[in-house]
Ligand binder design. Structure first.
Ligand code: AGP
Length: 355
Protein backbone atom coordinates (compact mmCIF):
# COMPACT_ATOMS: atom_id res chain seq x y z
CA UNK A 1 0.00 0.00 0.00
CA UNK A 2 1.29 3.46 -0.89
CA UNK A 3 1.78 5.90 1.97
CA UNK A 4 -0.57 8.42 0.38
CA UNK A 5 -3.45 5.96 0.49
CA UNK A 6 -2.92 4.92 4.09
CA UNK A 7 -6.04 5.42 6.15
CA UNK A 8 -6.40 2.41 8.39
CA UNK A 9 -7.15 2.75 12.09
CA UNK A 10 -4.78 0.20 13.49
CA UNK A 11 -1.30 -0.66 12.27
CA UNK A 12 1.11 -3.47 13.11
CA UNK A 13 3.21 -0.82 14.84
CA UNK A 14 0.30 0.14 17.09
CA UNK A 15 -0.51 -3.50 17.80
CA UNK A 16 3.11 -4.12 18.88
CA UNK A 17 3.12 -1.00 21.07
CA UNK A 18 -0.04 -2.27 22.77
CA UNK A 19 1.58 -5.68 23.36
CA UNK A 20 4.14 -4.19 25.72
CA UNK A 21 2.46 -4.88 29.08
CA UNK A 22 2.29 -8.56 28.10
CA UNK A 23 5.90 -8.58 26.88
CA UNK A 24 7.04 -7.15 30.22
CA UNK A 25 4.95 -9.64 32.21
CA UNK A 26 6.39 -12.61 30.26
CA UNK A 27 9.95 -11.41 30.68
CA UNK A 28 9.53 -10.98 34.43
CA UNK A 29 8.10 -14.50 34.66
CA UNK A 30 10.91 -15.85 32.53
CA UNK A 31 13.80 -14.25 34.41
CA UNK A 32 12.69 -13.90 38.04
CA UNK A 33 12.62 -17.21 39.90
CA UNK A 34 10.21 -18.00 42.77
CA UNK A 35 13.13 -17.43 45.17
CA UNK A 36 13.53 -13.88 43.71
CA UNK A 37 16.77 -14.92 42.01
CA UNK A 38 17.36 -13.46 38.56
CA UNK A 39 17.97 -16.29 36.12
CA UNK A 40 20.60 -14.65 33.93
CA UNK A 41 24.17 -15.95 33.59
CA UNK A 42 26.87 -13.36 34.20
CA UNK A 43 30.66 -13.50 34.50
CA UNK A 44 31.82 -14.03 38.10
CA UNK A 45 33.44 -10.58 38.21
CA UNK A 46 32.62 -7.46 36.20
CA UNK A 47 34.43 -4.19 36.84
CA UNK A 48 33.21 -2.18 33.88
CA UNK A 49 30.67 -2.47 31.08
CA UNK A 50 30.62 -1.14 27.52
CA UNK A 51 27.34 -1.33 25.59
CA UNK A 52 27.43 -1.22 21.79
CA UNK A 53 24.39 -0.97 19.49
CA UNK A 54 22.66 0.88 16.64
CA UNK A 55 19.40 2.79 16.24
CA UNK A 56 16.75 2.04 18.85
CA UNK A 57 19.04 -0.55 20.40
CA UNK A 58 21.62 2.22 20.83
CA UNK A 59 18.95 4.23 22.64
CA UNK A 60 18.52 1.23 24.93
CA UNK A 61 22.28 1.42 25.62
CA UNK A 62 22.05 5.14 26.36
CA UNK A 63 19.08 4.65 28.69
CA UNK A 64 20.67 1.67 30.46
CA UNK A 65 24.26 2.94 30.92
CA UNK A 66 23.41 5.66 33.48
CA UNK A 67 21.23 3.11 35.29
CA UNK A 68 24.21 0.71 35.61
CA UNK A 69 26.21 3.58 37.09
CA UNK A 70 23.45 4.84 39.39
CA UNK A 71 21.95 1.57 40.61
CA UNK A 72 24.80 -0.97 40.31
CA UNK A 73 27.75 1.39 40.96
CA UNK A 74 29.54 0.03 37.93
CA UNK A 75 31.34 2.13 35.30
CA UNK A 76 29.40 1.86 32.05
CA UNK A 77 29.99 3.44 28.66
CA UNK A 78 28.07 3.11 25.42
CA UNK A 79 28.80 3.68 21.76
CA UNK A 80 27.16 3.51 18.34
CA UNK A 81 28.33 0.28 16.67
CA UNK A 82 29.33 2.15 13.51
CA UNK A 83 31.55 4.52 15.54
CA UNK A 84 32.92 1.76 17.75
CA UNK A 85 34.53 -0.01 14.81
CA UNK A 86 36.31 3.23 13.86
CA UNK A 87 37.78 3.80 17.33
CA UNK A 88 41.53 3.18 17.42
CA UNK A 89 41.62 2.05 21.07
CA UNK A 90 39.19 0.32 23.37
CA UNK A 91 39.45 0.29 27.15
CA UNK A 92 39.58 -3.31 28.32
CA UNK A 93 40.36 -4.89 31.70
CA UNK A 94 40.35 -8.63 32.51
CA UNK A 95 36.88 -8.08 33.99
CA UNK A 96 35.35 -5.88 31.30
CA UNK A 97 32.00 -6.99 29.89
CA UNK A 98 31.01 -5.82 26.41
CA UNK A 99 27.25 -5.99 25.82
CA UNK A 100 25.86 -5.94 22.27
CA UNK A 101 22.19 -5.02 22.00
CA UNK A 102 20.30 -5.96 18.84
CA UNK A 103 16.71 -6.87 18.14
CA UNK A 104 17.68 -8.94 15.08
CA UNK A 105 21.10 -10.14 16.21
CA UNK A 106 22.21 -9.61 12.60
CA UNK A 107 22.79 -5.85 12.14
CA UNK A 108 26.12 -5.51 10.28
CA UNK A 109 27.50 -2.56 12.24
CA UNK A 110 26.90 -4.28 15.59
CA UNK A 111 28.11 -7.63 14.30
CA UNK A 112 31.33 -6.05 13.00
CA UNK A 113 31.89 -4.39 16.39
CA UNK A 114 31.34 -7.70 18.17
CA UNK A 115 33.73 -9.59 15.87
CA UNK A 116 36.36 -6.89 16.27
CA UNK A 117 36.34 -6.84 20.07
CA UNK A 118 36.15 -10.64 20.34
CA UNK A 119 39.61 -10.80 18.79
CA UNK A 120 40.91 -9.04 21.92
CA UNK A 121 39.64 -11.86 24.14
CA UNK A 122 37.15 -9.72 26.04
CA UNK A 123 33.98 -11.22 27.61
CA UNK A 124 30.95 -10.56 25.43
CA UNK A 125 27.21 -10.66 26.02
CA UNK A 126 24.26 -10.04 23.72
CA UNK A 127 20.75 -8.90 24.46
CA UNK A 128 18.80 -9.98 21.42
CA UNK A 129 15.31 -10.93 20.34
CA UNK A 130 16.66 -13.59 17.98
CA UNK A 131 17.76 -16.86 19.52
CA UNK A 132 20.35 -18.58 17.30
CA UNK A 133 21.14 -15.35 15.45
CA UNK A 134 24.78 -14.71 14.57
CA UNK A 135 25.28 -12.50 17.63
CA UNK A 136 23.61 -15.09 19.85
CA UNK A 137 26.01 -17.76 18.61
CA UNK A 138 29.13 -15.57 18.89
CA UNK A 139 28.64 -14.21 22.43
CA UNK A 140 29.88 -15.79 25.65
CA UNK A 141 26.75 -14.72 27.55
CA UNK A 142 23.25 -14.34 26.08
CA UNK A 143 20.02 -12.75 27.16
CA UNK A 144 16.92 -13.39 25.07
CA UNK A 145 14.77 -10.25 25.08
CA UNK A 146 11.81 -12.44 24.17
CA UNK A 147 9.45 -9.75 22.86
CA UNK A 148 7.97 -12.10 20.27
CA UNK A 149 8.44 -11.50 16.58
CA UNK A 150 8.63 -7.77 15.86
CA UNK A 151 7.30 -7.09 12.37
CA UNK A 152 7.18 -3.31 12.50
CA UNK A 153 10.28 -1.66 11.05
CA UNK A 154 9.90 1.02 13.68
CA UNK A 155 11.00 -0.93 16.72
CA UNK A 156 8.83 -0.53 19.84
CA UNK A 157 8.18 -3.62 21.97
CA UNK A 158 11.67 -5.00 21.29
CA UNK A 159 13.24 -1.86 22.76
CA UNK A 160 11.09 -2.03 25.88
CA UNK A 161 12.15 -5.67 26.30
CA UNK A 162 15.84 -4.75 25.86
CA UNK A 163 15.63 -2.05 28.52
CA UNK A 164 13.92 -4.42 30.93
CA UNK A 165 16.64 -7.05 30.30
CA UNK A 166 19.31 -4.41 31.00
CA UNK A 167 17.60 -3.56 34.31
CA UNK A 168 17.43 -7.25 35.24
CA UNK A 169 21.17 -7.59 34.49
CA UNK A 170 22.00 -4.61 36.70
CA UNK A 171 19.76 -5.97 39.49
CA UNK A 172 21.53 -9.32 39.21
CA UNK A 173 24.88 -7.53 39.65
CA UNK A 174 23.43 -5.69 42.66
CA UNK A 175 22.16 -8.96 44.16
CA UNK A 176 25.58 -10.61 43.64
CA UNK A 177 27.05 -7.77 45.66
CA UNK A 178 24.76 -8.83 48.51
CA UNK A 179 22.20 -6.05 48.16
CA UNK A 180 18.50 -6.57 48.75
CA UNK A 181 16.77 -6.05 45.41
CA UNK A 182 13.23 -7.05 46.45
CA UNK A 183 11.98 -3.43 46.35
CA UNK A 184 13.17 -3.03 42.75
CA UNK A 185 11.63 -6.36 41.76
CA UNK A 186 8.30 -5.21 43.21
CA UNK A 187 8.56 -2.00 41.17
CA UNK A 188 9.18 -4.05 38.03
CA UNK A 189 6.25 -6.34 38.83
CA UNK A 190 3.97 -3.28 38.86
CA UNK A 191 5.21 -2.23 35.41
CA UNK A 192 2.66 -4.16 33.28
CA UNK A 193 -0.30 -2.60 35.14
CA UNK A 194 1.33 0.84 34.89
CA UNK A 195 1.76 0.49 31.11
CA UNK A 196 -1.86 -0.71 30.80
CA UNK A 197 -2.99 2.50 32.56
CA UNK A 198 -0.99 4.64 30.11
CA UNK A 199 -2.62 2.84 27.19
CA UNK A 200 -5.99 3.74 28.70
CA UNK A 201 -5.13 7.43 28.37
CA UNK A 202 -4.99 7.00 24.59
CA UNK A 203 -7.45 9.87 23.98
CA UNK A 204 -4.99 12.32 25.53
CA UNK A 205 -2.19 10.84 23.42
CA UNK A 206 -4.32 11.18 20.28
CA UNK A 207 -5.02 14.82 21.19
CA UNK A 208 -1.26 15.38 21.57
CA UNK A 209 -0.60 13.83 18.15
CA UNK A 210 -3.32 16.02 16.65
CA UNK A 211 -1.63 19.09 18.11
CA UNK A 212 1.86 17.98 17.00
CA UNK A 213 0.53 17.33 13.46
CA UNK A 214 0.08 21.06 12.95
CA UNK A 215 3.85 21.67 13.16
CA UNK A 216 6.91 20.46 11.33
CA UNK A 217 9.42 22.05 13.69
CA UNK A 218 9.40 19.58 16.59
CA UNK A 219 11.89 19.53 19.48
CA UNK A 220 11.80 16.81 22.14
CA UNK A 221 13.52 17.59 25.45
CA UNK A 222 14.59 15.31 28.30
CA UNK A 223 17.31 14.97 30.92
CA UNK A 224 19.61 12.07 31.80
CA UNK A 225 17.90 8.74 30.96
CA UNK A 226 15.07 10.71 29.35
CA UNK A 227 17.35 12.33 26.79
CA UNK A 228 17.79 8.98 24.96
CA UNK A 229 14.04 8.46 25.48
CA UNK A 230 13.56 11.81 23.69
CA UNK A 231 15.97 10.63 20.95
CA UNK A 232 13.94 7.47 20.55
CA UNK A 233 10.75 9.52 20.24
CA UNK A 234 12.43 11.62 17.55
CA UNK A 235 13.65 8.49 15.75
CA UNK A 236 10.12 7.02 15.78
CA UNK A 237 8.62 10.22 14.30
CA UNK A 238 11.39 10.41 11.68
CA UNK A 239 10.88 6.78 10.62
CA UNK A 240 7.09 6.96 10.41
CA UNK A 241 6.36 10.60 9.48
CA UNK A 242 9.55 11.70 7.63
CA UNK A 243 9.81 14.86 9.73
CA UNK A 244 13.11 16.28 10.89
CA UNK A 245 12.54 16.06 14.63
CA UNK A 246 15.38 16.84 17.01
CA UNK A 247 15.95 15.70 20.59
CA UNK A 248 18.01 17.67 23.10
CA UNK A 249 19.01 17.49 26.74
CA UNK A 250 16.91 20.23 28.42
CA UNK A 251 19.77 22.36 29.74
CA UNK A 252 21.88 22.07 26.61
CA UNK A 253 18.89 23.18 24.52
CA UNK A 254 19.13 26.60 26.15
CA UNK A 255 22.69 27.03 24.78
CA UNK A 256 21.73 28.27 21.34
CA UNK A 257 19.60 25.38 20.01
CA UNK A 258 16.54 27.12 21.47
CA UNK A 259 16.83 29.64 18.64
CA UNK A 260 15.12 27.15 16.29
CA UNK A 261 11.84 27.83 18.12
CA UNK A 262 9.10 30.23 17.10
CA UNK A 263 5.30 30.36 17.21
CA UNK A 264 5.19 27.73 14.49
CA UNK A 265 7.16 25.17 16.54
CA UNK A 266 6.19 22.63 19.10
CA UNK A 267 8.18 21.36 22.09
CA UNK A 268 7.57 17.98 23.69
CA UNK A 269 9.07 17.97 27.18
CA UNK A 270 9.62 14.87 29.33
CA UNK A 271 9.45 15.77 33.00
CA UNK A 272 9.98 13.64 36.10
CA UNK A 273 10.57 14.29 39.82
CA UNK A 274 14.29 14.84 39.34
CA UNK A 275 14.12 17.55 36.67
CA UNK A 276 10.66 19.04 37.42
CA UNK A 277 11.79 22.36 38.86
CA UNK A 278 14.55 22.88 36.31
CA UNK A 279 12.33 21.88 33.36
CA UNK A 280 9.43 24.11 34.40
CA UNK A 281 11.77 27.09 34.86
CA UNK A 282 13.21 26.59 31.37
CA UNK A 283 9.79 26.05 29.78
CA UNK A 284 8.62 29.36 31.30
CA UNK A 285 11.58 31.11 29.71
CA UNK A 286 11.01 29.31 26.38
CA UNK A 287 7.36 30.46 26.42
CA UNK A 288 8.30 34.06 27.17
CA UNK A 289 10.98 34.24 24.47
CA UNK A 290 9.52 32.11 21.65
CA UNK A 291 5.92 31.17 22.53
CA UNK A 292 5.87 27.70 20.89
CA UNK A 293 3.17 25.14 21.68
CA UNK A 294 4.25 22.81 24.48
CA UNK A 295 3.27 19.21 25.25
CA UNK A 296 4.48 17.81 28.57
CA UNK A 297 4.80 14.09 29.21
CA UNK A 298 5.14 14.05 32.96
CA UNK A 299 5.24 11.58 35.81
CA UNK A 300 4.69 14.46 38.28
CA UNK A 301 1.09 15.22 39.27
CA UNK A 302 1.30 19.01 39.56
CA UNK A 303 3.25 19.89 36.39
CA UNK A 304 1.05 22.13 34.26
CA UNK A 305 3.59 23.81 31.97
CA UNK A 306 2.15 22.41 28.72
CA UNK A 307 -0.66 23.51 26.48
CA UNK A 308 -1.40 19.81 26.82
CA UNK A 309 -0.10 17.68 29.69
CA UNK A 310 0.00 13.89 29.53
CA UNK A 311 0.28 12.40 33.00
CA UNK A 312 2.15 9.12 33.38
CA UNK A 313 2.09 9.31 37.15
CA UNK A 314 4.69 7.40 39.16
CA UNK A 315 7.43 8.24 41.62
CA UNK A 316 9.67 5.48 40.27
CA UNK A 317 12.14 6.39 37.54
CA UNK A 318 12.40 2.72 36.54
CA UNK A 319 8.70 2.90 35.59
CA UNK A 320 8.57 6.44 34.20
CA UNK A 321 11.24 5.60 31.59
CA UNK A 322 8.95 2.93 30.11
CA UNK A 323 5.87 5.13 30.44
CA UNK A 324 7.41 8.09 28.62
CA UNK A 325 8.75 5.77 25.91
CA UNK A 326 5.39 4.13 25.28
CA UNK A 327 3.70 7.55 25.18
CA UNK A 328 6.15 8.83 22.55
CA UNK A 329 5.81 5.65 20.50
CA UNK A 330 2.03 6.07 20.45
CA UNK A 331 2.31 9.77 19.56
CA UNK A 332 4.57 8.84 16.61
CA UNK A 333 2.23 6.08 15.43
CA UNK A 334 -0.86 8.26 15.75
CA UNK A 335 0.89 11.19 14.10
CA UNK A 336 1.74 8.99 11.10
CA UNK A 337 -1.90 8.03 10.83
CA UNK A 338 -3.05 11.68 10.99
CA UNK A 339 -0.49 12.61 8.32
CA UNK A 340 -1.70 9.68 6.19
CA UNK A 341 1.65 7.88 6.32
CA UNK A 342 1.67 4.13 6.70
CA UNK A 343 3.94 3.39 9.71
CA UNK A 344 4.20 -0.23 8.56
CA UNK A 345 5.76 0.72 5.22
CA UNK A 346 8.35 3.36 6.04
CA UNK A 347 9.89 4.65 2.86
CA UNK A 348 13.38 3.29 2.12
CA UNK A 349 13.85 1.52 5.46
CA UNK A 350 14.55 -2.15 6.15
CA UNK A 351 13.99 -4.13 9.34
CA UNK A 352 17.60 -5.35 9.40
CA UNK A 353 20.35 -3.00 8.24
CA UNK A 354 23.13 -5.01 6.58
CA UNK A 355 26.20 -4.02 4.56
C1 AGP B 1 14.38 1.27 14.99
O1 AGP B 1 13.06 1.73 14.94
C2 AGP B 1 15.02 1.07 13.70
N1 AGP B 1 14.27 0.41 12.73
C3 AGP B 1 16.51 0.85 13.68
O2 AGP B 1 17.09 2.00 14.21
C4 AGP B 1 17.05 -0.38 14.46
O3 AGP B 1 16.82 -0.23 15.82
C5 AGP B 1 18.55 -0.55 14.17
O4 AGP B 1 18.76 -0.74 12.81
C6 AGP B 1 19.18 -1.65 14.98
O5 AGP B 1 18.59 -2.89 14.70
P1 AGP B 1 18.89 -4.13 15.63
O6 AGP B 1 18.32 -3.83 16.99
O7 AGP B 1 18.18 -5.28 14.95
O8 AGP B 1 20.37 -4.33 15.68
Amino acid sequence: MENQEFNQKSSIMQKEIFEQPGVVKNLLERYIGPDERIKIDLPEKIDNIVIVASGSSYNCAAIAAPLFIEFADIPCEYEYSSEFVLQKKHFITPDSLYIFVSQSGETSDTLNALKMIKQKGVKTMCITNAQNSTMWNLCDYRVLSDAGEEKSIASTKALTAQILCSILILLKIKAKDGEDISGYLNTMRRLPAYLERIKCDFDKIKAAAQLVSQFNNISILGNKNYYPVAKEGALKIKETCYLNVMAYPFGEFMHGHVAVLNQKSIVIAIIDEENAEFAQRNLKKIRQDYNPQIVCITSVQDVKSGDLNIYIKTKRKLKAIFGSLLTLQLIACELASILKKNPDKPHGLKKVVKD
